[in-house]
Design a protein around this ligand. Structure first.
Ligand code: SF4
Length: 655
């Protein structure tokens, strides 16, 4: 009988071949010490989480002083790619940044696309964990299995486009850069990390953490082949998926797609909420290819999905003739070329040239739905040029456009209610629907000048200084451009996700679109929701774009099995996501946070003055939250995970 190779020997052999292994670079900016952890696909760490986020959080829970000040050297800033990153799997261009959030005080997380994540993985490092603080402004250069820390004083004050161009001049056009602008350098808590000259991992204040470490940028360039257990199988499946996505739509459906904005008032009148899931997936794909997320503003404004006038208004304040100005063709007519993240057949982004009588933006990224709503409808601003300009500024200086729109609306309402005075804003007078002073306010925030110093820290500090109820945030994180009164289950991710106040962890529409719930008809609705929530965590940890789920039956599981050579089931993927969700939640518990203490602002729950949104009663809110906690086996008071469930997940040591 053949003897089985002992596990540790097998592990060693696999690591020596360097193929089906994962490697994390661990960088201490205070000491300059660089280390790494490496493990193979056979390692339990890999099997528990499929690499990616889970392995990094596992490290943080073991090594990071979680009680630390998020802007201190003790915080760890992590750049994470996934199992599918840098492969040919469609939609595999996303990466995640995590840390302790200086904005919320708990788990911080932001996700972005582009080309940085895949390039990082090709360097031989799947993820980077960065701790400490550099004495002077520095960059980290990760190239071909090697990490170096270098001085970057010459980059001080440069915006992200200038930084990227300067670093590409030095390290070559093929390298990819993640950098912070002035907002991150000044530790503005609503700042993010920018790649691809304008894509941004924006949320949770990750840019401020990078700034607190005196880290201006990361340069990544590599050629390491990525292990795939069955390359020809993967190629076949990839071709099939791409063929379906490239198929286009029947000519009969084209007029319907073109007229979708005009249908918006009818969608509202008939109270149709799940219009996305009612549309054939090819029509959705075509809409994304044609417009990207900027297809959505007019429909979202009409139906009550989008916040208007700082969450107090409705489509009556921002009627169709205004919302169409910031929707679809009116936005994309400035497009020079399509833009797609790594290996993406849908390419929902765009590179634009915008010009009007006042300014020209030679090359800028297309404003996304969130930006168009938060800097548009939420401010009653239908001046598309101003949104282009504000978006470009945010992308260059590394400001979160969601939070920027939220804070601008906050300031406008405070001025209107005389809770602050124009003089306190240096004479600036931002008002609803007139963008004249919006950019100047964002500049004050970026530079922390005048009252910008206060608003740079989000909502809580400003509310302490000027008692007000005008801020729409949860735990200091601005609510994004989706109203939980339109889609009630969004309040689960706003209140209970480890990084609260974000829409991306859970979009109810996608439940239907992914045809996910139907896989578990026997389960109660709450369990189906939490299953999908966990599945979504797995999609993220793999480095996949959540829009892949919009395309209908995207074969996540099949791709994972072709890459790993495993024979996982959909239940395994849900369990992996559940482990990751639990670890992030435990991070918060260790930081002394119980998410049940988080409250949604009342205006995101109560009946709107006008418009289609109905109130979410406290009974409905409670039922949703309790159902979610129970189905995750979390205590309904303390939210502590049940120890038996942690044992079943194999992560009880973190209880
Ligand atoms: S669908 Fe859009 S955001 Fe997602 S990977 Fe493709 S280009 Fe990037």
């Amino acid at each position: 009988m053949r003897k089985r190779i002992p596990q540790h020997i097998l592990e060693l052999i696999l690591i020596m071949t360097g193929l089906n292994t994962m490697k994390i670079g661990i960088i201490d900016l205070s000491t300059g010490k660089i280390g790494f952890e490496e493990f193979s696909f056979e390692n339990i760490k890999f099997k528990n989480y499929l690499g990616g986020e889970g392995v990094v959080i596992d490290y943080l829970l073991r090594n990071m002083p979680i009680e630390c000040d998020p802007l201190s050297p003790d915080n760890h800033l992590c750049f994470i790619t996934g199992l599918l990153s840098a492969t040919k799997v469609p939609f595999s261009g996303r990466f995640t940044v995590v840390c302790k959030s200086p904005l919320t005080g708990g788990w911080g997380e932001a996700n972005s696309g582009g080309r940085f994540g895949p390039e990082l993985r090709k360097t031989g490092f799947d993820s980077l964990i960065i701790k400490g603080k550099s004495k002077q402004l520095s960059i980290i250069v990760v190239m071909d299995n090697k990490i170096e820390i270098k001085s970057a004083e010459d980059l001080k004050g440069k915006d992200c486009v200038e930084t990227e161009e300067a670093l590409k001049d030095t390290y070559g056009k093929k390298c990819q850069i993640a950098s912070i602008g002035l907002a991150g350098e000044n530790m503005v808590l609503i700042s993010g990390i920018v790649t691809d000259k304008g894509r941004i991992a924006a949320r949770s204040g990750v840019g401020a953490v990078m700034g607190s470490k005196n880290l201006k940028a990361i340069v990544a360039k590599g050629n390491k082949p990525i292990y795939v257990a069955d390359p020809s199988g993967l190629n076949e499946l990839r071709k099939l998926v791409n063929k379906r996505i490239n198929k286009g739509i029947s000519p009969l459906l084209k007029p319907g797609l073109k007229a979708s904005t005009a249908f918006a008032p009818w969608i509202r009148r008939f109270g149709i909420k799940n219009y996305g899931s009612m549309s054939p997936s090819n029509m959705i794909i075509e809409g994304y290819r044609r417009w990207g997320t900027c297809a959505g503003p007019a429909i979202a404004v009409e139906t009550g999905d989008a916040p208007i006038k700082n969450w107090k208004g409705s489509y009556l304040d921002f009627p169709l003739k205004k919302s169409t100005k910031i929707t679809g063709d009116n936005v994309t007519k400035y497009q020079i070329k399509n833009y797609g993240c790594h290996s993406c057949p849908m390419a929902c982004g765009g590179i634009m040239r915008y010009s009007n009588e006042n300014f020209t933006l030679e090359e800028t990224h297309k404003p996304e739905y969130e930006t168009l709503i938060m800097l548009g409808a939420n401010l009653l601003n239908d001046d598309l040029g101003s949104i282009y300009q504000l978006n470009d500024y945010c992308n260059r200086q590394g400001l979160d456009t969601i939070a920027s729109g939220g804070v601008l609306a906050f300031i406008i309402e405070m001025l209107e209610k005389k809770e602050i005075a124009q003089e306190q804003l240096g004479g600036l007078n931002p008002v609803w629907g007139d963008p004249t002073d919006y950019l100047a306010i964002l500049k004050l925030i970026t530079k922390r000048k005048g009252l910008g110093e206060v608003f740079a820290d989000g909502f809580i500090r400003a509310t302490e200084k000027f008692p007000t109820t005008s801020g729409v945030h949860i735990q200091n994180q601005a609510l994004p451009a989706h109203d939980p009164r339109f889609s009630n289950s969004l309040l689960l991710s706003y209140r209970l996700d480890p990084a609260p106040g974000r829409h991306t962890p859970f979009m109810e529409l996608m439940i239907d679109l992914a045809k996910f719930s139907q896989m578990f008809p026997e389960l109660p609705k709450n369990k189906r929701i939490s299953n999908f929530y966990c599945y979504h965590k797995t999609v993220s940890t793999l480095g996949l774009c959540q829009f892949s789920l919009l395309t209908g039956n995207f074969p996540v599981l099949e791709f994972v099995n072709l890459i790993t050579g495993f024979n996982l089931s959909i239940e395994d993927l849900i369990m992996i996501g559940e482990r990751i969700l639990n670890l992030k939640h435990i991070f918060n518990l260790r930081a002394g946070i119980n998410p049940l203490d988080y409250k949604l602002p009342s205006r995101a729950l109560e009946k709107a003055n006008h418009g289609p949104n109905k109130a979410i009663s406290s009974k409905v809110e409670r039922e949703l939250i309790m159902g979610f906690l129970e189905s995750l086996n979390w205590d309904t008071k303390t939210t502590k995970p049940n120890i038996d469930r942690l044992k079943a997940l194999g992560i009880e040591e973190f209880s």
